[in-house]
Design a protein. Sequence first.
Length: 229
Amino acid sequence: MHARTALLCALHATALLALLPGAAPPVAAAEARQNAAPGGAAADAAEDAAGESRGIGGRYLLMDANGRAVSNEDFPGQFQLIAFGYTFCPDVCPTTLAEMSVIMERLGTTAERVQPLFITVDPERDTAAVLRGYTEFFHPRIMGLTGSPDLVRRAADSFKVRYEKVREPGAPPEQYAVDHSAGIFLLGPDGRYIRKFAYATPPAEIAKRIGEIVAAGEALPRHLRPRRP
């Protein structure tokens, strides 16, 4: 087994263990770092309810694992569940993707109406192929998206996601971490922003809320319902 494959397996297992009932969160240090960073988890939670009023546009134009251009308008009839992160992330990102996997399972047949997405904030290292191998460890339907540094920055800005590289003194240029905002975003079938779930929101709670939102759309008159794919 290659070293990187072994690392991914270990991260996946650790993230899933963190979701077991009564399990102590293994990412306390990471949460503290995210909370302390500008735009970290604490700020995300405080701002969560203000969504649209603080200007989250929810727009992006990036590239999938097949090199195909993908935008927030390319999933008609489907809700989009979006997280930002990077594949070298030691804790927060694998936990978030493991939570996404649980959310998709809990949604049951409603999961057919949801497209989970993972947008990198480290496009220099996270190529399309790297992202595909990473997301497949968590759930086969999670789609990884990357792009040029400029397009990634534009996407992050549209979601009010902040990120920056952090290097230890004397470290080589290619050796760095990325501090970034955490949380999961939900877009509607029209590609527009609906809401944000703060980091560490229980997956069961997120799945329940998404189910309610989808059901509310189905209850609308036929001509107002979201168009199915």
